[in-house]
Design a protein. Structure first.
Length: 411
């Protein structure tokens, strides 16, 4: 059941993330098509290499210089693509990774400097790619000083070679480098958001499992206790009073069917128990257990939200299960009253018996039932108290009222 819940949650997250054919930012390509798309997006920026390429094919250099320039340009482009393709938006965590990426970018800078000094000012545009690599692959703290450093080296190299438009090229190097830091942060933020969404989906699945565990415990604990009790009564009545035993068996069948309906509703998430129905069920359960019951007939729920009423209904069901199964009580009183406290108006449910079976369990620590009740009441701003009373055991559950106008009148 929990596996199905997780599957539904993951499917919902996957649908919200977009089509499966979309490229996920910050992740490695999942197939050849995605690799080609990413390569195309990165390869568009190679248009800035038009000046070095034109210089190579212009015939200004010797054949050996042209070949060496082509090999150097190919090596430069290969290292640049490897850096940007593999490390754009990925956090560089380990020291080994930082040194590896830093060594690649330093190699790009040295190669760009050598090509400029040997082949002329037409190659100064290579420093743009060095700046892009700094902004795309290095950490922000490192990129903030390596990008200006790249621009400074480019300016000195251009002035040394006597090239023109040095300040325009400096502006391009710095602006594109820092723009890539923004792209890097965008990609990394997207990756973090994707991880956070996956975490939220996992937490939602865990919360759903917890809800099912609480509901099934409360539902089956109460119903199975009542079935066990009525089965014992039917067994004692069977030899001498078959008609009464038949009535108990009919009640067992009815309780079993209702338990099945309740479980189905709890699994689908639509079950919301009503307090008046639980009060009537408490009267039946206590009477069947030969416990003198004092249970209010119709509760006054004016100003009580549905969530608060549901929490009180679960508290009453758990209390009745404990009274019938563990307390050994002969009397049980259920009270429902409005109270004004320092925290505001509350509707208080109090279940008190004269038995002793429940106190042993509390002495050892709260069980699953009381823990679940505390969680339910906490979600609606309520409170739970359970412990020894003067003549037995008392459980008190409080939920806040929606208004102050109804405080003071007993339910």
């Amino acid at each position: 059941m929990s596996v199905m819940t997780e599957d539904r949650t993951e499917d919902r997250v996957r649908e919200e993330a977009g089509p499966e054919r979309a490229i996920r930012m910050g992740e490695s390509p999942r197939n050849v098509r995605e690799a080609l798309r990413k390569s195309l997006w990165i390869g568009i920026w190679l248009l800035f290499l038009s000046s070095p390429v034109h210089d190579l094919v212009s015939g200004r250099h010797t054949p050996l210089g042209t070949v060496a320039g082509g090999v150097g340009l190919a090596a430069f482009v290969g290292v640049y693509l490897a850096v940007v393709f593999r490390h754009l938006g990925r956090p560089v965590g380990r020291t080994v990774d930082q040194r590896y990426v830093g060594a690649l970018i330093a190699g790009l800078g040295v190669l760009a400097l050598v090509l400029c000094l040997t082949l002329g000012p037409h190659w100064t545009g290579l420093f743009v790619y060095v700046s892009v690599s700094c902004g795309a692959a290095l950490s922000l703290r490192t990129a903030y000083w390596t990008i200006p450093l790249t621009g400074a080296v480019m300016v000195l190299t251009t002035l040394h070679l006597g090239g023109g438009d040095v300040w325009q090229l400096l502006l391009l190097v710095v602006l594109i480098g820092f723009a890539m830091t923004g792209v890097q942060q965008l990609v990394r933020t997207t990756v973090d958001l994707r991880k956070a969404r996956a975490t939220v989906a996992q937490l939602a699945a865990n919360e759903e499992r917890l809800r099912l565990a609480r509901d099934l415990h409360d539902l089956l604990g109460h119903s199975l206790s009542l079935i066990t009790l009525k089965s014992e009564l039917a067994g004692r009545m069977l030899p001498d009073h078959p008609d009464k035993a038949a009535q108990q068996v009919a009640d067992i069948e009815q309780v079993s069917r209702q338990a099945l309906v309740d479980v189905r509703e709890a699994v689908t998430g639509y079950r919301r128990p009503r307090l008046h129905a639980e009060l009537a069920g408490a009267q039946v359960a206590l009477t069947a257990a030969d416990v003198v019951a004092d249970v209010p007939a119709e509760p006054d729920l004016h100003g009580v939200t549905e969530e608060s009423e549901s929490a009180l209904a679960w508290a009453l069901r758990e209390a009745m299960t404990n009274v019938v199964r563990h307390s050994g009580a002969t009397r049980c009183a259920v009270g429902l009253v409005r109270r004004q406290t320092l925290d505001g108006p509350f509707l208080e449910l109090c279940v008190e018996d004269n038995g002793s079976g429940g106190t042993a369990g509390v002495a050892k620590g709260p069980g699953n039932g009381l823990t679940g009740l505390a969680e339910r009441l906490d979600k609606v701003g309520g409170q739970l108290e359970a412990g020894r009373a003067r003549r037995g055991f008392r459980l008190t559950a409080r939920v806040p009222l929606a208004s102050r106008a109804d405080v003071g009148s007993p339910a």
